[in-house]
Write a protein that binds this ligand. Structure first.
Ligand SMILES: [Zn+2]
Length: 114
């Protein structure tokens, strides 16, 4: 993967995380009984790991996507992004572009689904 791909994937993961972030805030706000302050700026808030009450309101696929997206960003920090968590092999760039939060190479992902 070259630097340009890496930057593109990082931007994709961040925007994915941000949209999930906004969704979680919406859910959390819906669960809260007090009215939120009108000038609350969601974009400036760090992403908190949502509690179970919030998570339970999300679709399982959304929960999985959030977990994978956060894990992928963490792996970018560590410098292990793009390596399969199962076999340690490289995940193809085309797969990452289609699914930037992918943590497994296509072979391992297929096996996991069997
Ligand atoms: Zn693998």
């Amino acid at each position: 993967m070259d630097d340009e791909d890496y930057r593109e994937l990082k931007a994709k993961l961040r925007s994915k995380r941000d949209s999930l972030h906004r969704r979680i805030h919406k859910v959390r706000r819906g669960l809260r009984h007090d009215a939120p302050s009108p000038d609350e700026d969601l974009d400036d808030q760090p992403l908190e790991i949502p509690n179970d009450e919030v998570l339970n309101q999300l679709e399982p696929s959304t929960r999985q996507e959030l977990a994978d997206t956060l894990a992928a960003l963490e792996r970018m920090e560590e410098g292990t992004y793009g390596q399969c968590v199962e076999c340690g092999g490289a995940i193809s760039v085309s797969r990452l572009k289609a699914r930037p939060q992918a943590l497994r190479c296509i072979q391992c992902a297929e096996q996991a689904e069997l």
